[in-house]
Design a protein around this ligand. Structure first.
Ligand code: ATP
Ligand code: MG
Length: 227
């Protein structure tokens, strides 16, 4: 057996219910630092639930999620949110940008929250805006750009603070397939440059094919398959 290394994110026998509905029924998975993992499975099988548990956004009813050996549920709330803010990044199906802020301001948000100094913030945001092809749209609000542009900004925002783990829940689900592939390529490239691990929930087998590993979820449990 290969022992998990200290930087791994480990879910062990995670159970989660919503009322009478069992969402996770003993799901176990290890995400090693730097690896790209696709999570696939039928609708309702528990993919989003497991992603949110791994990301410390939902506490399991039983079982554990450990990061660097620490059970997230044992951390005080403020330490758990510090960890999420500094080490984790999120991309959701619909960009979920802050509507009142421009794309540039949205991308800068995690840097501000992490206390990154203005000069560095500006240069990091400029770099991302450039790489994501958003230079002509950066001063617009999310409602004034296309879905693909908004989703690219969401990717930039998720990665701006150079997280160790990037969680993406069907990040290309609201886009057509060409735009979806653009967003996905950028997400994987940026994560790769920064050495971030990526956990990506997807229905798209082409997306899964780009992962280092595929976790298949059925009925709230995980199986594994090489991609
Ligand atoms: N907020 C909620 N309240 C009640 N039940 C929920 C809630 N969220 C999820 N569920 C239920 O938990 C189970 C797992 O849901 P989950 O969202 O994790 O599935 P999923 O694999 O992400 O599905 P999809 O591919 O449709 O997004 C499903 O039976 C779902 O109906
Ligand atoms: Mg889901």
């Amino acid at each position: 057996m290969v022992l998990p290394s200290l930087g791994d994110l480990v879910a062990e026998k995670v159970h989660l219910r919503y009322g009478d509905t069992v969402a996770l029924a003993g799901a176990s998975a290890t995400i090693a630092s730097g690896e790209i993992v696709a999570m696939v499975g039928p609708s309702g099988s528990g993919k989003s639930s497991l992603l949110y548990c791994l990301a410390g956004l939902i506490a399991p009813d039983s079982g554990e999620v450990r990061f660097a050996g620490t059970n997230l549920a044992r951390l005080p709330d403020d330490e758990r949110s510090d960890l999420r803010r500094s080490r984790f990044g999120f991309v959701f199906q619909f960009a979920e940008l802050v509507p009142e802020l421009t794309l540039r301001e949205n991308i800068a948000l995690p840097l501000e929250l992490n206390g990154v100094k203005r000069r560095e913030r500006v240069s990091r945001v400029d770099e991302l805006v450039d790489r994501l092809g958003l230079a002509d749209h950066a001063e617009r609000r999310p409602s004034k750009v296309s879905g693909g542009q908004a989703q690219r900004a969401a990717v930039a925002r998720a990665i701006a603070h150079r997280p160790s783990f990037l969680f993406a829940d069907e990040p290309t689900g609201s886009l057509d397939s060409a735009n979806g592939m653009v967003v996905l390529d950028l997400l994987l490239q940026l994560a790769n440059d920064d050495g971030a691990a990526v956990v990506i929930v997807t229905h798209d087998e082409r997306v899964a094919a780009q992962a280092d590993r595929v976790i298949r979820i059925a009925d709230g449990r995980c199986g594994q398959a090489a991609s």
